[in-house]
Design a binder for this molecule. Structure first.
Ligand code: PEP
Length: 249
């Protein structure tokens, strides 16, 4: 039985004051009767504040990105060890915004995944198709290509140490959610592809859905057999909305 995970991706949002309010709200609301594991991924500059406020709570935290390199002359980058130094459990890799806006290739995403996993972080690997790719019937080919790049580099053992997030790019921040059936179909495809290599890993893998998840649509999405929670952008910035999604898990 896979546990549900609901992870918030704050993207480039927040301030010390807003974060304080949000995290205190989450701490007050998370707990009794909530089956999902809950995590937040603030901007890197606020991870220390997040760690201080969440330490001792049941809420985990993580980074939104990391360097594939260990240390050295890489101005502006953040290493796996730095994330671990602030007790991060998770790190998002291959978010569609990083692929589209910062030119991250499948190969670079795979290298980041490898660095994170080898350091002992739990990478959340994002995969998903653009609207045009869905419309031309290429969803499975795109998702398979993104997934295979990581499997080929790290192997199934390392894959099993991470989490996959299926995030159709056309549903991210647009208010357009994939229907539970559309999402389930791709989740089942991902699980079947993993099962071709290792059935036990496929069965235990958490596969999250991301793309305009809200309290009102979360329960239906999370009730699908291959959807094991969500990666939440906009709705993770409001404590009540995020908690509403967490309760749906
Ligand atoms: C995301 O950025 O990963 C995401 C799913 O965003 P949103 O929930 O705002 O669509």
């Amino acid at each position: 039985m896979r546990q549900t995970l609901v992870a918030g991706n704050w993207k480039m949002n927040g301030s010390q004051e807003a974060n304080h309010q949000l995290l205190e709200g989450l701490k007050a609301g998370v707990g009794e009767g909530m089956k999902s594991k809950v995590a937040v991924c603030p901007p890197a500059i606020y991870i220390a504040q997040t760690a201080e406020l969440l330490s001792g709570s049941s809420i985990a935290w993580g980074g939104q990105n990391l360097s594939p390199e260990a240390s050295g002359a890489f101005t502006g980058e953040i290493s796996a060890d730095m994330l671990l130094d602030l007790n991060c459990e998770y790190v998002i890799v291959g978010h569609s915004e990083r692929r589209a806006l910062y030119g991250e290739s499948d190969q670079l995403v795979a290298e980041k995944y490898r660095t994170a996993e080898q350091a002992g972080l739990t990478p959340i690997l994002c995969v998903g198709e653009l609207l045009g790719e869905r419309e031309s019937g290429d969803t499975e080919a795109v998702v398979a290509r993104q997934l295979d790049a990581v499997i080929d580099l790290v192997g199934m053992q390392a894959i099993s140490a991470g989490v996959i997030a299926y995030e159709p790019v056309w549903a991210i921040g647009t208010g357009k959610t994939a229907s539970p059936e559309q999402a389930q179909a791709v989740h089942a495809f991902i699980r079947a592809r993993l099962a071709e290599k290792d059935a036990a890993v496929a069965e235990s893998m958490q596969i999250l859905y991301g793309g305009s998840v809200k309290p009102g649509n979360a329960a239906e999405l999370f009730s699908m057999p291959d959807i094991d929670g969500g990666l939440i952008g906009g709705a993770s910035l409001d404590a009540e909305s995020f908690l509403g999604i967490c309760r749906a898990g």
